[in-house]
Design a protein around this ligand. Structure first.
Ligand SMILES: Nc1ncnc2c1ncn2[C@@H]1O[C@H](COP(=O)(O)OP(=O)(O)OP(=O)(O)O)[C@@H](O)[C@H]1O
Length: 725
């Protein structure tokens, strides 16, 4: 019987087909799998045909309907493993098939595809273009070095005529073979061949460093080596399962860098995945939970946390989707919740009830009350930050501890006498809240962490999404939830998306990820145009590494978006200023109409975001007046609710939309002065507050998949200087 593997491109085609055609495709695949190879060749209905003009002599087509053809790669290695590459209308299928060639990567031993015709044209073009430029992009690397990293003859010739990284990006996949492109891209970003080997080749299981010494890999072996782009249909019922349950691609095809951590057999302690927006960190966290569930013992419980209740609900749905029917029963062993909700639950369980969490406005009033009887030199904001970022961050209990502590992350000196006064105000603040049976969220976490430390761990594994915004008190809750052991904590996050004031040294909280950390670089969400544009908003910003609140590190402890890229392409984002808010909203209405009417985007796939709720409300009112359905994200509209989604920039965290408009980016709201501590009051806090404003804009813009439009009225925010200067 022939075996069959389905490629990622086939999935893309299949999803876009009408249901009756999908049924015909499924029937054709079933028929294919029920025949012997000789029967297949003889079958008139199947019409397995070799294409004379095909660049790859193993390419075949099969008949699906009168109009549709399947494109296959037939085995020539003695195996019976066929690959279904595409399903498309007759002419498109033939045209596509004739130009492709499949090969086995010499280093990763995975299957790759290239557009031979297009690459040959590139070769001619770049050869001529490079004649006048002696300096070449990869001149520091010898042919042997490149070959050892899997670069083959054709790609080597192309690499040798690249002058800039932009030359390389012109040939990005699907033109160039994906694994080879990734190697060249990493080198072009300044990574050493050793690092490329460590990050891209070794994790694929390759142990032989030199190309000449490697054994030949057959096509069938290579197909099985490429789980990021191919899946073999095995066993009865498997096809139905893949084509019904698994149509969401992230469920099957993981990038090797994602798979390496998601399905790691066992980390000897906490492990961490970082990466820019849209690199699939949440996807990795979900797969990790699946792996831990499948390999764990019956009674082992898992805690999966994220930042907001809405995100927790979405994460629970995604996990159920990933587990599918077969593993649905495993869901019972997982709690998906925010750390704050967990903290409240822990307190309730221990004491029968939990204090009411305090809103930001109520907290402000409570600080004002605490200061009322004295003439003090501090603002409520200063006190709130001192309490949160020093006292609760370090879990200080007594005035003596506070007097002795190093006030990390604070840029002002506070002497002994002042500390004693500050402590008294903070005591009044906590006593006042206690008398009202109320507490800040961070206080709740501080209390819960202590209770958990006494009662002992309650989970076997903790998996953390959006780790960048957690406060040390929240980390203490998580640390106390699980005993220090293998695979105890798995965290994913992006320091470039830190929009709340939480600086953390994970090591000092007992979450040491050294040697168990990786960075994802391929963005699956946005186009390269949106990515580059958004990344430039953070140019030169001092983004610290995740969980390393270490201003004294040699390199400043900085993270970077180096090597961050997307394989999708589209329009460059637009940035427009307007004379008034009315004019800006009128332009917004036009933009949304264009997206809906001309680009065929559903209203629910469009988001508009603004810094504050007042503008959010104004946008909703205006859109409705113009008969464009609009709903507020804070009202939690389900997927079945139509209408443009409108939200504050903070509420955009973790979401994604085909089109995003960020409006009202005016100098008075970004940076928002009341949110930014003046530099002369506290220079360290000033830098941190300002960075959070930059990150907020970055988060909002990187929610867009295909299109991004930003606008302002009156004076433009200076945070837009890098893109709108
Ligand atoms: N291996 C994959 N194949 C296909 N799509 C993927 C893959 N990994 C992630 N995606 C898709 O990319 C998008 C972003 O993924 P995800 O939300 O996990 O990224 P993230 O890094 O957590 O993003 P952010 O930090 O911006 O919230 C989602 O639409 C997801 O389905």
């Amino acid at each position: 019987m022939p075996r069959l593997a389905l490629s990622e491109d086939f999935f893309t085609d299949f999803v876009s087909l009408q249901r009756p055609v999908q049924k015909e495709v499924t029937d054709a695949i079933q028929m294919f799998r029920s025949m012997t190879v000789p029967q297949l060749h003889a079958s008139k209905g199947m019409h397995l045909e070799k294409l004379e003009r095909a660049r790859d002599r193993r390419i075949r087509t099969i008949r699906i309907t009168k109009f549709y053809r399947g494109v296959l790669l037939a085995p020539d290695d003695g195996s019976e493993l066929f690959m279904l590459l595409r399903v498309a209308p007759h002419d498109d299928a033939i045209n596509w098939a004739c130009k492709r060639a499949y090969s086995v990567n010499g280093a990763t031993a995975g299957v790759e595809v290239r557009n031979v015709d297009a690459l040959e044209q590139m070769e001619t073009y770049f050869e001529a273009k490079a004649v006048t430029t002696p300096a070449r992009l990869f001149e520091a690397h010898s042919d042997t070095v490149l070959r050892d990293l899997g670069i083959d003859d054709q790609v080597l010739r192309l690499a040798r005529v690249c002058v800039t990284a932009d030359d390389l990006t012109v040939m990005a996949p699907p033109m160039m073979p994906a694994d080879q492109y990734e190697v060249l891209w990493f080198l072009a970003q300044g990574e050493s061949p050793e690092d490329v080997w460590e990050q891209l080749i070794a994790p694929r299981g390759q142990t032989v460093r030199t190309a000449a010494d490697r054994p030949v890999v057959t096509l069938a072996e290579a197909i099985l080596n490429t789980p990021n782009r191919m899946v073999e249909v095995t066993g009865p019922g498997e096809l139905e399962r893949i084509l019904t349950e698994d149509l969401v691609r992230w469920r099957i095809f993981l990038h090797p860098a994602q798979r390496r951590y998601a399905y790691h057999p066992g980390f000897n302690g906490p492990a961490q995945v970082t990466g820019g927006p849209g690199t699939g960190k949440t996807v990795v966290a979900l797969h990790r939970v699946r792996h831990l569930l499948r390999t764990g013992r019956e009674g082992d419980r898992i805690l999966l946390t994220t930042f907001t209740n809405a995100m927790a609900a979405a994460l629970r749905d995604s996990l159920a989707l990933l587990l599918g029917e077969a593993d649905a029963h495993l869901l019972e062993r997982v709690d998906v919740t925010t750390v704050d909700s967990l903290a409240a639950r822990v307190i309730r369980e221990a004491r029968g009830s939990s204090p009411k969490p305090l809103s930001a406005a109520a907290e402000k009033s409570a600080w004002t009350r605490a200061m009322a009887r004295e003439e003090l030199p501090w603002t409520d904001r200063f006190l709130s930050q001192e309490f949160r970022n020093v006292v609760l961050a370090q879990g200080l209990r007594t005035p003596e501890e506070y007097l002795r502590c190093v006030r990390r992350g604070r840029g002002t000196q506070v002497g002994r006498v002042q500390r004693a006064r500050l402590w008294r105000v903070m005591e009044r603040f906590t006593a006042d809240l206690a008398s009202r049976d109320s507490a800040t969220y961070t206080q709740l976490c501080d209390q819960a962490a202590r209770l958990l430390a006494e009662s002992g761990p309650r989970y076997r594994h903790v998996v953390v999404d959006e780790a960048q915004d957690l406060h040390p008190a929240q980390w203490r809750v998580l640390r106390a939830c699980v005993a220090p052991q293998s695979d105890d904590i798995f965290l994913v996050g992006d320091p470039h998306q830190r929009i709340y004031d939480s600086r953390v040294s994970l090591g000092s909280l007992g979450v040491n990820v050294r040697g168990r950390t990786t960075r994802l670089r391929l963005n699956y969400r946005s186009t390269e145009e949106i990515l580059r544009w958004s990344a430039s908003l953070l140019d030169g910003q001092p983004v610290g590494r995740l969980g390393e609140d270490d201003e004294d590190a040699d390199d400043g402890g900085r993270d970077s978006l180096r090597g961050y890229r997307s394989e999708l392409h589209g329009r460059v984002p637009s940035a427009r200023g307007h004379g008034s808010q009315d004019e800006e909203l009128r332009a917004l209405v036009d933009q949304i109409r264009t997206w809906i009417d001309q680009d065929g985007v559903k209203p629910s796939e469009i988001a508009v975001c603004a810094r504050f709720n007042t503008l959010v409300d104004a946008v909703i009112a205006r859109l409705r007046r113009e008969r464009i359905p609009a709903v507020a994200v804070k009202d939690d509209p389900g997927p079945e609710v139509s209408g443009v989604r409108v939200a504050t920039m903070h509420a955009m965290k973790g979401l994604e939309f085909r089109c995003v408009a960020v409006v009202g980016l005016t100098s008075s709201v970004l940076p928002f002065a009341p949110q930014v501590t003046p530099a002369d009051v506290d220079p360290v806090q000033h830098r941190s507050d300002l960075l959070a404003e930059h990150c907020l804009l970055f988060v909002a813009c990187t929610r867009a998949r295909d299109a991004l439009a930003i606008s302002w009225n009156g004076e433009r925010s200076r945070l837009l200087d890098p893109v709108a200067g």
